[in-house]
Design a protein around this ligand. Structure first.
Ligand code: APR
Length: 244
């Protein structure tokens, strides 16, 4: 039995399956990841562009960076892998998706139980009066401001910021329930998000890593699949249909 057949078998056997996605889940939709050789952080310094200090100290560069990300997001669409995960949720093959991605592609594919650990680019908010705006407001030139006059922050978790407590709480609940925990397209280099695969192992779940490159958690995995997310999900979906 090869790795894909084994994972299909484990999906059949599992009573509670959680999928954990990173930027590698969205590269086949045309969005760059961060740490592979073509990743965003290979050519840009995240501390200078994606931190709360950057927003106040060099706002023009900061907002230009998010305007660009928003523009590329506008052209991106969920790929086959996103659609398969949404279909698996409907068929109760998986129970939840915990994502580090802010692109909203899981929602647009039709997934409902999606926990966004790093927030979302779909909206921006005022840190003073907590008012939220659709992120299209970032597309206007200059520094986007709230009606109260304060600068608006993209709804994503910036370096130096705490993760949303409710998302962390929900991700913890789902991880503790998991019998099968499948990581797709993440280097697992960023904490506290990278804590969840370890927590899954602690509660006795089988840990599967689907990633094009090695990660620092490979030796903790019960199964490693070194291939593209969309291709793996399509193959497994085909196998599951023969096992149905
Ligand atoms: N299929 C499978 N794996 C892929 C694919 C693909 N099509 N494309 C890229 N990958 C792999 C890369 O090899 C890389 O190891 O996905 C991984 C993505 O890792 P990162 O770029 O580090 O992205 P991620 O793990 O999501 O980063 C976590 O870091 O900058 C912050 O907030 C940002 O949420 C992000 C967090």
């Amino acid at each position: 039995m090869d790795n894909l057949q084994l994972l299909a078998q484990w999906l059949k056997e599992s009573t509670y399956t959680v999928v954990f996605t990173g930027a590698g889940m969205s590269t086949e939709s045309g969005l760059p990841d961060f740490r592979s050789k073509t990743g965003l952080w290979k050519s840009k310094d995240p501390k200078k562009l994606a931190s709360i200090e950057a927003m106040y100290q060099n706002p023009h560069e900061f907002y230009d960076f998010y305007r660009q990300r928003l523009a590329t997001l506008g052209e991106a669409k969920p790929h086959k892998g996103h659609l398969i995960l949404a279909d698996w949720e409907k068929k109760r093959i998986i129970q939840a998706i915990i994502t580090q991605n802010v692109d909203g592609l899981h929602h647009r594919a039709g997934s409902h139980r999606v926990i966004e650990l790093h927030g979302t680019l779909r909206e921006s908010l005022c840190l003073k009066c907590q008012k939220t705006y659709p992120s299209q407001i970032l597309l206007t030139e200059g520094i986007p401001r709230c009606s109260c006059g304060n600068m608006l922050k993209p709804g994503v978790v910036l370096f130096g910021e705490m993760l949303p407590q409710e998302a962390l709480r929900q991700a913890d609940i789902e991880t503790r329930r998991s019998h099968l925990f499948i990581v797709i397209g993440s280097s697992l280099e960023v904490s506290p998000a990278n804590f969840f695969p370890l927590e899954a192992k602690e509660v006795g779940a089988r840990l599967v890593l689907i990633n094009l490159e090695p990660t620092e958690m490979d030796e903790r995995a019960d199964l490693l699949i070194r291939d593209k997310a969309g291709h793996v999900l399509e193959k497994i979906d085909g196998i599951l249909k023969t096992l149905a």
